[in-house]
Design a protein around this ligand. Structure first.
Ligand code: ADP
Length: 405
């Protein structure tokens, strides 16, 4: 996906999301206003009935008390679908004082309430204007409107939509990264395979040359080149095949008794020839005793091979590799240490990811395609072991693998 397209998608989504919130907000206000109107109409109907009943009672000569008014209001509100108990007062609008009310402390509230109804009590000989006033508690009114349901539902839905959007954007970006890595991987792999093939074909041509075939020394030299390159190709294909197999979660390794010290020695000697050509060395410090463990020999060999191969690949000049083993609590620890270029802190947490390669400017500087360490980590995981690394740029790297016995 192109960058401009991502920006476009994000912009369109942002506009749509904001518009949705605005539309929802107006819709919510409309709903609240309708529900307010319905509430007011219901209160009006209840009070009409209250006034009507009070009128009838007065004709029969009754006097109005607070208890009676309060009970009548509550009853009529309930009959009109309002299950609330507002403060009630009888107010002399001319004197600006209450004849009675629910509570003197609520009279301030009552005085400003819009729910006031003109009413002249019997027995009061005065030309003053009287009102019955109701005051609903603010929280009760809010709950009555059900507005909180709209507010929370809207917020919740918008949150879900935004979360889903970011989730899909993240998936897209991961997919894009994978796509890039795949292309890079294919480029690197083609390069990796082409180079040894070209070297082998050149060496074969040279071997057919009459001058070379008569010289035993050159002949041996070219045969060793062919053999080295062939070995490299074999390990490459093996690592690729095994790591592809391991991608299947059901993959199981076969456990049998393996002598780790012996295995380390064999891997070290397979590198000796190529190391002497570069004046490099490989040192062994095999202190583990006992050094046997239950493991998959083929995968363990590939693991050590990959670590040593990397140690050599990522060392400038003369590679110096140290291999060691020792017993630790419940298992054996093996270390592969080099004094090469090291790995920067920010790359250290990624090197075990599939296809990850530290960008060195030119990808083809050092051969590889970012499979080795992910395969190593997978082998360690299948053995229920652990792998860590210590590294400093320019000083070298140590891979520490601990395997249970
Ligand atoms: P690659 O095929 O690129 O070697 P790996 O999975 O083996 O792939 O390693 C991933 C990356 O980790 C390499 O590209 C390299 O940058 C870095 N790396 C691995 N081992 C070492 C090491 N011993 N020293 C320095 N860098 C290393």
């Amino acid at each position: 996906m192109k960058r401009w397209f991502t920006v476009l998608v994000v912009a369109v989504f942002a506009i749509a999301a904001v518009s949705l919130v605005v539309v929802q907000f107006y819709q919510m206000r409309r709903t609240i206003s309708i529900s307010d109107n319905m509430f007011n109409v219901a209160v009006g109907n209840a009070m009409d009935e209250v006034l009507h009943q009070l009128g009838g009672e007065e004709e029969e000569g009754g006097t109005l008390t607070y208890q009676h008014l309060d009970a009548l209001v509550a009853e009529q509100l309930l009959l009109n679908g309002i299950d609330m108990h507002p403060a009630v007062g009888l107010y002399d609008g001319t004197q600006r004082s209450f004849l009675f009310s629910t509570d003197p402390s609520e009279e301030g509230e009552l005085e400003v309430s819009p729910y006031r109804y003109a009413f002249h009590p019997v027995g009061v000989v005065s030309g003053n204007q009287f009102y019955i006033i109701l005051a609903f508690s603010k929280t009760e009114l809010f709950l009555q409107r059900n507005s909180w349901v709209y507010v929370y539902m809207t917020l919740f839905l918008v949150l879900i939509i935004v979360a889903m959007f970011f989730l899909s954007m993240r998936t897209l970006s991961v997919q894009r990264k994978l796509d890039r890595m795949k292309t890079q991987f294919i480029n690197n792999m083609t390069h990796e395979i082409k180079t040894p093939l070209a070297t082998i074909s050149l060496a074969c041509e040279m071997l057919q040359d009459p001058t070379v075939s008569q010289d035993r020394e050159s002949q041996k030299n070219f045969i060793s080149i062919v053999s080295d390159e062939n070995h490299r190709l074999q390990v490459l294909v093996e690592t690729l095949l095994q790591s592809a197999k391991m991608a299947d979660k059901r993959y199981r390794i076969t456990h049998k008794e393996v002598d780790l010290n012996g295995l380390m020695e064999r891997v070290a000697s397979s590198f000796r020839l190529s190391l002497t050509k570069r004046n490099g060395t490989v040192d062994l410090q095999l202190a583990a005793n006992p050094s046997t463990l239950m493991a998959d020999e083929m995968h363990l060999t590939n693991l050590v091979f990959n670590l040593v191969d990397n140690g050599i690949k990522y060392s400038d000049g003369k590679p110096h590799i140290e291999l060691s083993t020792r017993n630790v609590d419940g298992g054996i620890e093996l270390r592969v240490q080099d004094h090469g270029m090291g790995i920067a802190k920010e790359d250290q947490k990624h090197v075990f990811e599939r296809f990850y390669r530290v960008s060195t400017g030119d990808v083809h500087d050092v051969k590889g395609f970012g499979i080795g360490l992910s395969y190593v980590a997978e082998v360690v995981r299948l053995h229920r072991g652990t792998i860590t690394l210590e590294s400093e740029l320019g000083k070298g790297t140590t891979f520490i693998v601990t395997l249970p016995r």
